[in-house]
Every structure is written in C-alpha cells, then in structure tokens.
Design a protein around this ligand. Structure first.
Ligand code: IPE
Ligand code: IPE
Ligand code: MG
Length: 266
C-alpha cells in the first residue's frame, strides 16, 4: 500500500502524537482544501512561482496518502479556479502541464490504492488532450471503493451555480418542472457534487481567510480551519492537527448547543 508515496514520507513524532489524539470514530467524512500559497512559498526562496506549484504536488501526494490511511471518505482539492486564467500565460500553461503529468505519473499508484478520482469544474474548457486524460482517469477508477479524490480544476462556485440555474430553467421551460417545485434538493442535484455530502471541514493554507469562489453552496455549514503555512510546506501533521481541532468544535447548524439529558428545558 502507498509504496511509492509512503517511502517519501517520514512520520514525525508530533504527527504520531497528534495521530493518537484523533477520534477514529469521528473522522470528518468530507474534507475540502484550498491548496494556496505555492507562489509565495517559491518567491520567498528566490525561485519562480512555478517551482512552488511543483512542490505543491508533493504536498498533495502526502495528504492524499494520509487521508486514505485514516479513512477520510472524500477529499476535494482546489487546484485551479475559473479566475486563475487571469495569471500570466506561462504560469497557466505550466499548471496545465502539471495536472497532465500528475495524472500520468500518479494514476497507477492511486488506482492500486483504490482511490476513486473525480473532477469538478468546467472540464470542457480544458485542452482536448487534458480532457481525455481526465476522462481516462475517471473511468479507470470509477469503481474503486477507497478515498474519493475530487479534483477541482477550472472550478468556480459561481459558475457552478450559474450552470445549476440553467439546468433548472431548461427543465421549467420544457414543462418538466414547475417553479414552485424548486427546492434546495433541486439545486443540490444540479451541482457537480450532487451525490456527495457537503464538506465537514475546509482547510486553507497560505494565511488568507477567504473562500475564493470555492464550493459556495456546499460550504454553508462547513467548519473552517486556516494556517499561515504555505501549501508546499503543509504536512500530514498539519492535516491531522486540523482534524483534531475540528473534533473539538461544536457544530450547531443554526440550532442550539447539544443539551444534556439532565438539563432543564426552559
Ligand atoms: C495556489 O497557489 C495554486 C493555484 C492557485 C493554482 P498560488 O499560485 O495562488 O500561490 P500564492 O497564493 O500566489 O502564493
Ligand atoms: C484559490 O487561490 C484557488 C486555488 C487554490 C486553486 P487563489 O490564489 O486563486 O485565490 P485568491 O486570489 O488569493 O483569492
Ligand atoms: Mg493564491
């Protein structure tokens, strides 16, 4: 298991300590990550931004391995946003090549470890070569029962909602649906993540406190955890720390603090 990837990782002692603090019975089912800070990480080292993107792939490998080991069910990672096209052409091209190389080099190991690879975003706008690799990776792993690795590529939350509205409008126009029948489930069913539960935990490295157009609908009640550590320096130890802190939070979903049986109801 995880031969190629495991070999590179050294389980540090703080990771072991944190690992022991995790409540295995309450692992978040779905974790989302905004993999941010690659460019700043590289520039701090006097290197080009692209160097940071390459280093970010190694961080992703480690986190996928850890998520799979501790039996997280779904890991959704933000790799490229619908706004990232605004960047210099060379950086965009580099990133596209990196996705393509990632699929080539990692598919065997991911498949062997039963990872199911999925994609969310406007995949149809990517190059046809990349699209066919994506399709191959998706179909090859679609029956795998392990971690669902959801890669958000050319993804934008607003674009996803716009698409959902268009699908619903078409159903109304064709007479299949009455406007008053539209409920939250109708909208949910038209998202890329239709068959997935909402993320329990959102992790953002890189030090910023914003969503940057990620999973706008799905994050309604997701717990947010951020760190100033840049993505290439993000280790399994940080990942486990985020989960341990998540497990100490109280989620109320707009309700009240969980009542003990002995509390009086006023
Ligand atoms: C995240 O790192 C990767 C992508 C957005 C593709 P950045 O490239 O945004 O790195 P910073 O935030 O500029 O440091
Ligand atoms: C979010 O990071 C997108 C990804 C990590 C893929 P950005 O770097 O694009 O977000 P902003 O510009 O800081 O909000
Ligand atoms: Mg950034």
């Amino acid at each position: 298991m995880w031969k190629k990837w495991f070999g590179k990782s050294s389980i540090r002692s703080n990771e072991k300590i944190l690992n022991s603090q995790i409540d295995r019975a309450r692992i978040p089912e779905h974790i989302a990550i905004i993999m941010d800070g690659n460019g700043r990480w590289a520039q701090k080292k006097g290197m080009p931004r692209t160097y940071g993107h390459s280093a970010g792939v190694e961080a992703l490998r480690q986190i996928v391995r850890t998520a799979s080991d501790i039996q997280v069910k779904i890991l959704t990672v933000y790799a490229f946003s619908t706004e990232n096209w605004k960047r210099p052409k060379e950086e965009v091209n580099f990133l596209m090549k990196l996705f393509s190389d990632f699929l080539d080099s990692e598919i065997d190991e991911l498949d062997k470890n039963c990872v199911q690879i999925r994609f969310i975003g406007k995949i149809e706008e990517l190059s046809s070569r990349l699209q066919s690799k994506i399709e191959k990776a998706r179909t090859r792993t679609m029956k795998n029962q392990g971690l669902v690795l959801n890669l958000a590529v050319n993804y934008g939350g607003r674009a996803e909602l716009k698409r959902a509205v268009q699908i619903i409008a078409q159903e109304v126009q064709s007479g299949k649906l009455y406007p008053e029948e539209i409920d939250e489930k109708t909208i949910q069913n038209c998202l890329y993540t239709a068959d997935l539960p909402d993320p329990d935990l959102l992790i953002r490295p890189g030090g910023d406190f914003r969503i940057s157009n990620f999973l706008l609908w799905q994050l309604a009640y997701t717990e947010f955890w951020s760190t100033s550590v840049h993505w290439p320096d993000f280790t399994p130890g940080h990942f486990i720390q985020a989960i341990v802190e998540f497990q100490q939070r109280e989620r109320r979903f707009g309700g009240l603090k969980r009542r003990k049986d002995t509390d009086n109801i006023k």
